[in-house]
Design a protein around this ligand. Sequence first.
Ligand SMILES: [Zn+2]
Length: 310
Amino acid sequence: MAQIAVLDELKANRKGRELPGGHMAWRTDFIARKKEDPDGPVAFLAESSPKRVLRTHYHECDQFQIIALGGGTLAKHTLAFGGIHFSRAYTPYGPITNGDQGIGFITLRAKRDPAGGAMFIPEKAETLKSVKNRTPWQVTEMPTFKALAGGESSSVVQFKEMQDDRGLAGYAVTVSANTKVAAPAPTQVGQYIIVTKGSLLTQGQEKKGMAVIWVGGDETPFELHAGAEGLEVVVLNFPREELTPSKSVTAKANGEFKAWQCVLCAVVYDEAAGMPEHGIPPGTRWADVPENFGCPDCDAKKSDFELIEF
Ligand SMILES: [Zn+2]
């Protein structure tokens, strides 16, 4: 049976703790670890105060994170409200620098992190590199909801970037008022549904505001029943867990140009393409990339990149 947690009903559970440098962090459990299923799904809202910096780290499980409050930056990327980050197990990401409003992420895992917490870089870099056949990869996507045309009961927009050959998928679903539709089916690992707007009718009650729903891999598609204001949800399907040699290299041999890859998080620097979004024009040779270059996803150093042999 699906587990449903509504933020407004959980506010009394918000726990704060002091961090070094005068910062604060708060945690609100949506789906807490259970005694009878200690390795089962875990979902929580993690908030922290403005300007706090969370160093680059990885986890030993796949996870989604949705920005539910405020914003900031992840390495060289902007983290905006509503944006969703997916990271495979053993993929470092960060540092995360909170903006002026602080930041709140809902972290969503299909199972408990075997490591028990963040594994920080550089301390755990050698441990990370010793993991056999890891396939590091991460992606950020901003969901786009499609407005309903007259008479349309629902719309589904699949995420463009957040998909892989293991079943990873995301969907932005809009449901018109007082209408029932089945959500996209979960993968065998399971699925989270996050209510971002409107209200959900379930078990004879109307649930308003942000809610998180866990649908296990053996369950039937969840029934999305919209209340009087309609409903918008994000559906996030976990990929199958496989440790197989990486197929995530997207660069191709391109004449004289070469490609270099971050040994920590697998980002590729392709000389032909450059990284114009980070100020490096197409055609810039690796030798000409500034020595203070940092990986756009995990902040690794230029010396942490290796030449890809095609
Ligand atoms: Zn990297």
